[in-house]
Design a protein around this ligand. Structure first.
Ligand code: ZN
Ligand code: ZN
Length: 207
């Protein structure tokens, strides 16, 4: 009888492991490996972007990520961090994204994706201009991005920019090849019409 129990135990353990819910890791975690796309997404607020504001975003992002991206997305929220001093461009009152993305690279654990959140104006050298003001930037396939709501006329569009940058970051996704104004992956080209974006077009779908 004892032998039967011993033989059965690993089977039951495996079985439990397969039904483990996201975030409930246990000794059977090896069996929970999901073949579908999945990521732990760390929301990293900066400066005066509060932890509470980041926490409020989680259900919004969860809903839209689950709607538009096939996979399993687990969000966690970090405490606010100061913006790196070297990122501040005093003449423009903007923050250069490069030192901020470098900071994010330095705090990554494993395969997680860091999504930086700020109310400050951010910039990079782009469109032939130095310190060009932008709403978001990511390093393609390199686990880090930063999104600012400073330039958004409608703050409720913030999740759309986060989704856009996440697709760059996680999938190395490119801009919409159709330049479709309704597609979340349309290149803003300095004129973000986020209120018109309400889908991922057939070329950009991730479901
Ligand atoms: Zn598209
Ligand atoms: Zn983009």
């Amino acid at each position: 009888m004892k032998k039967i129990i011993l033989l059965l135990f690993p089977l039951l353990c495996s079985c439990n492991g397969k039904t483990t819910l996201p975030g409930n890791s246990d000794s059977c975690d090896v069996d929970t490996t999901c073949l579908c796309p999945h990521a732990t997404i760390v929301l990293q607020p900066y400066d005066n972007f509060t932890r509470k504001e980041a926490e409020k975003l989680v259900p919004v992002l969860q809903k839209h990520f689950d709607r538009w991206l096939f996979g399993r997305w687990n969000f966690i929220v970090n405490n606010p961090a100061p913006l790196p001093k070297t990122s501040f461009i005093a003449s423009k009152n903007r923050y250069d994204v490069t030192p901020i993305l470098n900071y994010e690279r330095s705090i990554i654990k494993g395969n997680e994706i860091i999504v930086g959140l700020t109310h400050r104006d951010i910039c990079t050298d782009s469109h032939g201009h130095k310190n060009y003001g932008i709403v978001g930037m990511s390093r393609l396939g390199n686990q880090v991005c930063l999104i600012s709501d400073k330039r958004l006329s409608n703050k409720s569009d913030y999740w759309k920019v986060i989704l856009h940058e996440f697709i760059h970051t996680f999938y190395s996704g490119k801009h919409c090849p159709n330049d479709d104004p309704t597609c979340f992956m349309k290149d803003a080209k300095g004129h973000g019409n986020f209120h018109r974006q309400n889908r991922l077009c057939d070329s950009c779908r991730r479901d």
